[in-house]
Ligand binder design. Structure first.
Ligand SMILES: Cc1cc2nc3c(=O)[nH]c(=O)nc-3n(C[C@H](O)[C@H](O)[C@H](O)COP(=O)(O)OP(=O)(O)OC[C@H]3O[C@@H](n4cnc5c(N)ncnc54)[C@H](O)[C@@H]3O)c2cc1C
Length: 380
């Protein structure tokens, strides 16, 4: 049983504790799911999470608009990740894929949100390109004005939910200015002619992922989210909300690794005593527990700060993501070590955690990029 004492920290209100309890009970009944067909599994997870109401925090409620609650987003990702990485992924993409629409969309664009919150439509966030991952402002994809339309041409890659999403938030160069100030955001329904899956990408912890080709994809000017040239700012505002939640997913993986380790160290006998009795193992467990609590403090500090109305939490979110993802990698590595041979056996939970955690140190800003961000904020 994972340590839940952190829920008593002053960052949370009673509604957060109730939410975490309800979600944990749902997860215990419904997760993990079979990962053999990740497309089918994700569609099914989105439908079931939506039906149960657990996708509600991912986007603005059009009937009762208000800010996204980052603490709920983090608690949900942490809890889902502890039970099943694919469930966390399915939840996370509903938020990231629609974040720009929640924050900057017109009422017409926001009509999509009722469907994504209900689990009836899947969303994706299409920012990265083959030449511009970390260097986002260097993107090539063009959106050219043609009468009342924009025509999008180019490629996006590493797009989570690519191929199964119903709508894409797409960033493209509209050329108001060079670099970051010449990018705009668009809402592109998946069935728009010219939008094609160029390649499906297979990674060490498989989930739906694709390179997309935009072959003269024509959308009306009303598909633009926010103003011309605001795309980079919009992308950064979305990441400002969701970056801490990547840390929260890492925290969920780390908590699961510690739970599995405690179970193993208590039941495995070595040299006539439980593994627990070896001081070196106790040292590992102490470091794991310390990393988990420190990560949780940084994550919920960032989430609480945002929820209290801070316009940006650049520094807090970068610290939370960097520390939580890097330390979760260490925590999980220790869990693998303490499990001995079983730790590297395909299909063992700690083996899958070892694969699941890796990409979190790369996407939504690699660890190195977070260090640059923290240094710049600190030196200001
Ligand atoms: C599993 C997965 C899912 C993803 N999902 C999405 C998605 O849904 N939508 C989307 O748009 N993108 C997505 N991405 C893309 C992801 O955001 C990029 O992979 C990431 O931004 C890094 O870009 P890159 O792969 O081009 O690496 P590069 O930009 O080539 O960077 C390579 C490495 O260089 C180092 N580096 C980069 N910049 C700096 C710097 N300033 N200082 C020091 N070192 C630096 C880092 O170690 C970095 O990992 C996903 C990626 C993965 C792996």
């Amino acid at each position: 049983m994972a340590d839940r004492s952190f829920l008593d920290w002053p960052f949370f209100e009673q509604r957060h504790r109730d939410w975490a309890d309800r979600l944990d009970a749902w997860c215990a009944k419904n997760l993990p799911v079979d990962h053999s067909d990740v497309d089918a599994a994700c569609r099914d997870l989105v439908a079931r999470l939506g039906e149960a109401g657990f996708l509600n925090p991912t986007a603005v409620d059009t009937a009762n608009p208000g800010p996204l609650d980052v603490r709920t987003l983090c608690l949900t990702r942490e809890t889902l990740a502890r039970h099943d990485g694919l469930a966390d992924f399915a939840f996370a993409m509903q938020g990231l894929g629609t974040g720009a629409i929640s924050l900057f969309g017109t009422p017409e664009q926001q009509q999509w949100l009722d469907r994504t919150r209900a689990g009836k439509a899947l969303s994706a966030f299409a920012l990265s390109e083959p030449r511009s991952g970390s260097d986002v402002a260097n993107m090539d994809m063009a959106a050219t004005r043609d009468g009342g339309d924009y025509v999008l041409s180019g490629e996006k890659t590493w797009i989570s939910n690519g191929g199964i999403a119903d709508l894409y938030t797409v960033f493209a160069r509209t050329g108001e200015a060079p670099g970051a100030r010449g990018i705009s955001a668009f809402l592109v329904p998946a069935d728009t002619p010219g939008l094609e899956v160029a390649e499906r990408l297979d990674v060490i912890a498989p989930h739906p992922l694709a390179r997309l080709a935009f072959n003269d994809v024509r959308v009306p000017a009303s598909a633009m989210i926010g103003k011309p040239g605001d795309g980079f700012k919009i992308a950064m505002s979305v990441l400002d909300v969701f970056r801490s939640t990547v840390g929260a997913a890492a925290l969920g993986f780390a908590r699961r690794a510690l739970d599995e380790t405690l179970e193993r160290a208590g039941s495995r006998e070595l040299f006539g005593a439980p593994l627990f009795d070896l001081q070196m193992v106790q040292g590992h467990i102490a470091e794991m527990a310390l990393d988990i609590d420190a990560a949780a403090l940084l994550i919920y500090r960032a989430a609480w700060t945002k929820d209290m109305g801070a316009p940006r939490v650049t520094r807090e979110a970068a610290m939370a993501k960097l520390f939580a993802t890097d330390r979760a990698q260490e925590v999980i590595d220790k869990a693998v070590q303490i499990h001995g041979g079983d730790g590297v056996r395909r299909g063992h939970i700690v083996e899958s955690l070892y694969r699941e955690i890796r990409a979190l140190r790369i996407y939504e800003g690699a660890s190195d990029v977070q260090k640059v961000v923290i240094a710049r904020q600190t030196m200001k």
